[in-house]
Design a protein around this ligand. Structure first.
Ligand code: SF4
Length: 630
């Protein structure tokens, strides 16, 4: 099979058994790779009703189909697991060198299962696979762990490691893949529950492709598109947050102060001519950037290494600051201090937290303190006020180590903390299904609001990826989109979920989705596999099939329409000021969008895939298991 290694590596941490399995061509054609493989394997092997931190959970890892073949920005490796944070289908897509090394080592999939009774790590070099003692690594942060493993196995060995948050089973714990985070939903806690501190992988082979010359020509053409695209320079100079001031001033949808404001009022209302908000990359990027830090095969890197060389935080060095973090550890906390932001970013990465969830959780605690629902005593004496950077730093460190009352309260995220506190604190708990909202004030971006409500893993901006289309109004084949209207959003979100699932299957970065559309994937897939029959219809059907399986997992886990909802603040509190003043999503608007979305998907009114839809997608056994109606 050209374009594939053709093998699954299964590692059982309970028995210590290591085995390999062949992947059939039929399976490959139905699910293609990446998120397609991980989704189907998780559905087949992990019962949906298990405790996510029990031995029965698994972490399935698979690089996108184009990863390791040279396609520019094809860097993404998929992970699937049952999420400890949400209880739903869990997934990550991460720009991991490990995906490239997996394929060179001869594997398309890792299945990590069982549970060790002592800390271990897994070392893989081609056919050599060993489970090794990790007692010397346990307790170390992600930077320290990575450095030790690189020292031990050399710089070329790719690593995936967890930090103290994962060891402490924080529902918000991530897995760090060589400074890229598989962040959302608590995959780090699943590894922590298995006492698996790290995976190290190195391969010496390569992926065989069907027509090297055709692939080479396409890669060269696609690199030219990147070079000549007007967005490339800005992306490379300022990273993913390049549009920060536009989001504040032109759209009024940069959520600030725990979603109290739709733009950073305390900064932009006071800014003088020529001044910049300090968390704006136009301020910090020229000042702190040391070098670019691309994901594998990226020729338009948004990633950069920042270093603070002097002052209170001298020596702080990170890959960042990504747009989401500018919000979650900046605006959401009303912090407009670049060095504090960089420091917070470093602590989140070292501790092994999803920086979005951890920041939003601190924002919730700040509001609870402001409202008098949490006292200084509840916060171990910390003055956790909005804008207090030192307090945020102290709290984030305590969360990672699960220290004190505040560490215990906040370690598992906003939903857990607000349920523990009670006292109507749900009214400002900013999550959907337990997953904290990303950096878009959806009160003024209604289609994205629907996407957050229905996404299978909770509030996620990448599942449908509609934010660009909603904010700009047109993209690819879509046009005339009004972000403040609720019309046609069901169709928009459903079709883009299928398309974005396809990006996660082929492994192409969504930051290049304005450069490489579906049309570019088809000739390349043909070049590497030799499948001259593959067309748009086939590709989109794979995306839809995979998305429906994820939904079916959630249905089996007990989720339904009642869970496709939005935070109280989004449906009750209008944006107070700015370009989007007055906007919010009324409950009846959400219900109208849900009706249209389920119709567009071919699901029942309760949000369950119909038997007819599942049969059409070639999933008869799932139709029998969970299908609604006929
Ligand atoms: S654009 Fe950024 S996130 Fe995407 S592949 Fe390149 S470096 Fe990674």
């Amino acid at each position: 099979m050209f374009g594939y290694a053709g093998k699954i590596l299964r590692i059982n941490l309970t028995t210590g058994k290591i085995s390999t399995e062949e992947i059939s061509e039929e399976f490959v054609r139905q699910y293609l790779g990446g998120l397609g493989f991980t989704t189907r394997i998780l559905y087949n092997e992990v019962p949906a009703d298990i405790d996510p931190l029990s031995e029965a959970n698994k972490v399935i890892i698979s690089p996108g189909v184009f990863v390791g073949t040279g396609f520019p920005t094809a860097s993404k490796t998929a992970l699937s697991f049952k999420s400890p944070l949400t209880g739903t289908f869990g997934r990550n897509n991460v720009g991991a060198e490990m995906g490239v090394q997996m394929r060179k080592a001869g594997y398309d999939v890792f299945i990590i299962e069982g549970k060790s009774d002592k800390p271990v790590y897994v070392y893989i070099k081609d056919d050599r696979v060993e489970i090794k003692d990790a007692s010397d690594l346990w307790g170390k942060d992600t930077y320290e762990t990575r450095a030790i493993l690189k020292e031990r196995y050399g710089k070329k060995a790719s690593t995936a490691v967890i930090g103290p948050a994962g060891e402490n089973l924080s529902y918000m714990a991530m897995i760090d893949f060589d400074m890229r985070q598989a962040a959302r939903g608590g995959s780090g806690a699943v590894l922590g529950s298995k006492k698996l501190k790290a995976i190290v992988c190195e391969g010496t082979g390569k992926v065989e492709v069907h027509d090297k010359e055709a692939a080479r020509k396409l890669i060269s053409e696609y690199n030219r598109i990147i070079r000549e695209h007007p967005a490339t320079k800005a992306d490379m100079d300022y990273g993913s947050g390049e549009f920060y001031s536009w989001m504040n001033l032109e759209r009024g949808t940069f959520p600030t102060r725990n979603f109290q404001w739709g733009y950073f009022q305390s900064v932009y209302d006071n800014i003088k001519d020529g001044e910049l908000s300090q968390i704006d990359p136009y301020y910090w990027s020229p000042k702190y950037t040391v070098k670019h830090n691309p994901c594998p095969n990226c020729t338009k890197p948004c990633g950069r290494i920042l270093e603070i060389k002097e002052g209170e935080y001298a020596g702080t060095k990170i890959d960042g600051v990504e747009y989401e973090i500018m919000y979650s550890l900046g605006g959401a906390l009303e912090i407009d201090d670049a060095e504090v932001l960089i420091k917070l970013n470093e602590i989140a990465d070292r501790m092994g937290f999803d920086g979005i969830s951890a920041g939003v959780t601190i924002g919730w605690a700040m509001e609870a303190y402001e409202k008098g629902l949490l006292t200084k005593d509840d916060l171990d004496g910390i003055e956790l006020k909005f804008g207090n950077g030192k307090a945020a730093i102290a709290v984030l460190e305590k969360m990672g180590r699960k220290e004190g009352k505040v560490g215990e309260l906040l370690i598992n995220g906003t939903k857990y903390a607000s349920e523990k506190l009670g006292k109507d604190s749900y009214k400002f708990a900013i999550h959907v299904k337990g997953l904290e909202l990303p950096a878009y004030d959806v009160r003024g971006i209604k289609g994205l609001g629907l996407a957050f409500a229905v996404s299978v893993r909770g509030a996620c901006h990448l599942t449908a990826g509609v934010y660009g289309l909603e904010l700009v109004g047109s993209w690819w084949k879509y046009s005339d989109v009004d972000r403040l209207s609720t019309e046609w959003k069901g169709y928009e979100v459903a079709s883009l979920e299928n398309l974005m699932t396809l990006y996660d299957i082929v492994g192409v970065c969504k930051f290049s989705r304005h450069m490489f559309f579906l049309e570019k994937f088809i000739p390349y897939l043909k070049a590497i596999t030799g499948w001259d029959w593959a067309d748009e219809n086939y590709m989109m059907t794979v995306g839809e099939r995979v998305y429906n399986i994820q939904k079916a997992f959630n249905v089996k886990a007990g989720f339904s329409r009642k869970d496709d909802t939005l935070p109280y603040r989004v449906t009750h509190d209008p944006i107070p000021k700015g370009v989007s003043k007055g906007a919010y999503i009324k409950e009846e608007e959400l219900q109208q969008m849900l009706d249209e979305y389920y119709l567009a998907r071919g699901w029942s009114k309760d949000g369950v895939p119909t038997k007819t839809k599942l049969f059409t997608l070639g999933l008869p056994e799932i139709a029998e298991e969970i299908g609604a109606g006929i």
